[in-house]
Design a protein around this ligand. Structure first.
Ligand code: SF4
Length: 216
């Protein structure tokens, strides 16, 4: 499931044709299908985008260090992102050009404009809003987590893996919850049959059912 060659995001379940980041290079997940720990980051950074691998560069070094402290290592962990592509604010040349937060703010502003113009022109039907890349990438993320649920089912274990969203966007993509500082380090769903790992951010315990907001 790792992919250093071109990663086929569409095949993995991404709705790239509807996504505003479809011109970007997607970075796929890495790690064993029998991992007990799944790390979900927000989106690839510059080094990840160039090399086509998740969590390398400074964030990867930090992750490796934290995993080592937690008594595990990268090759035993499944690593993925809420978004496979790196966002870029159109027309922005300054520091915030690749900031995800800025990109999402830009997207919201665009949609407000589109709605207003649609209303002014009295056009019929829903306004053609720009989709959130998180909505487009989420089917792939959920499909990845279902691998672990399927494995749990196949092996008769009631639980899949410990899923650790790193950052607010990852938390929201997985659980619908917002506020990483509030949930940081707190299991959102716990299981006595899954070893509790020291968490890097908020924890989400995937159980033998699809991981969606309604499971909370
Ligand atoms: S972010 Fe996900 S859905 Fe959007 S283009 Fe990239 S891979 Fe496709």
């Amino acid at each position: 499931m790792a992919g250093r060659q071109a990663y086929d995001a569409r095949l993995a379940g991404c709705l790239c044709d509807e996504c505003p980041l479809r011109s970007k290079r997607p970075v796929g997940p890495e790690g064993p299908a029998d991992a007990d720990l799944v790390i979900v980051g927000e989106a690839p950074g510059p080094q990840e985008e160039v090399r086509g691998r998740p969590f390398i560069g400074p964030s990867g070094m930090m992750l490796d260090d934290l995993l080592q402290k937690a008594g595990t290592s990268r090759d035993r962990v499944f690593i993925t992102n809420a978004l496979c592509c790196r966002s870029e604010v159109p027309g922005e040349t300054g520091q915030g050009r690749f900031e995800l937060k800025r990109y999402m703010a830009w997207l919201r502003t665009q949609n407000v404009k589109i709605k207003r113009e649609w209303k002014q022109l009295k056009k019929a039907g829903p306004a053609p809003l720009i989709k959130s890349p998180f909505d487009c990438c989420r089917p792939r993320l959920l499909a990845e987590l279902r691998w672990f649920e399927d494995r749990a089912r196949d092996t008769g274990r009631p639980n899949g893996a410990v899923v650790v969203p790193v950052g607010n966007y990852a938390l929201t993509a997985l659980s619908g919850k917002a506020g990483i500082m509030k949930y940081r380090g707190a299991p959102l769903e716990a299981s006595s049959l899954v070893d509790e790992m020291p968490s890097l951010a908020a924890c989400y315990y995937a159980r033998g059912s699809p991981v969606t907001a309604e499971h909370e």
